[in-house]
Ligand binder design. Sequence first.
Ligand SMILES: Cc1cn([C@H]2C[C@H](O)[C@@H](COP(=O)(O)OP(=O)(O)OP(=O)(O)O)O2)c(=O)[nH]c1=O
Length: 206
Amino acid sequence: MALKYKLILASGSPRRVDLLNQAGIEPSRLMPMDIDEAPKKSEHPRSLARRLSTEKAEAALAAIKGDMTWKGSYILAADTVVAVGRRILGKAEFADEASASLYLLSGRSHWVYTGVCLITPDRKVRQKIVETKVRFKRLSGFEIENYLASGQWRGKAGAYGIQGLAGTFVQKMVGSYTNVVGLPLYETILLLTGEGFDVHSRWPEA
Ligand SMILES: Cc1cn([C@H]2C[C@H](O)[C@@H](COP(=O)(O)OP(=O)(O)OP(=O)(O)O)O2)c(=O)[nH]c1=O
């Protein structure tokens, strides 16, 4: 898809850039937004994905405020959350946290929620929250140790990346694969083309 517009990707995730490129879209600018990603007390994982994707897009909009170079640009942001039931499995900082996450995912199903938020040049907000159900096989201690040694858990929600070695753990998946990797392409294109989205609010012109 050849985008006629300037697109700011409010992200530092190399996966999101790759996925957009896969769809034929080259962001004009990458703006990683450093926001507090801690869930609120008893916040549902779906609500968290919605809130954080909105906050990332909003932060990018605030950052370009008054800069005429970016007038007329779209802003795209996403947030991926992994959860077992309502229990949110964040990005592990250390191997022991990653290990705990993998033991929890072993032999059961979990949900991956990605919130995608697009702000249009006329500052309308288009948003989608996409859900994928993933079932992991039962993982042996050896498989977990081996995975931890690969380092592929770093910087990823739930401490795994389906696009790498952890792809071999997946027994079953229902829903979008690209959603799990960090940006659901089908829905993102719908947002960009202006079809099938939820309008929540409108922000003033940057
Ligand atoms: C579950 C899963 C997540 N991930 C990644 C996607 C996201 O980069 C990351 C989830 O963290 P996010 O907070 O959604 O994104 P991020 O901090 O990496 O990037 P940014 O906020 O700047 O956009 O986990 C995979 O790459 N593969 C997977 O299978």
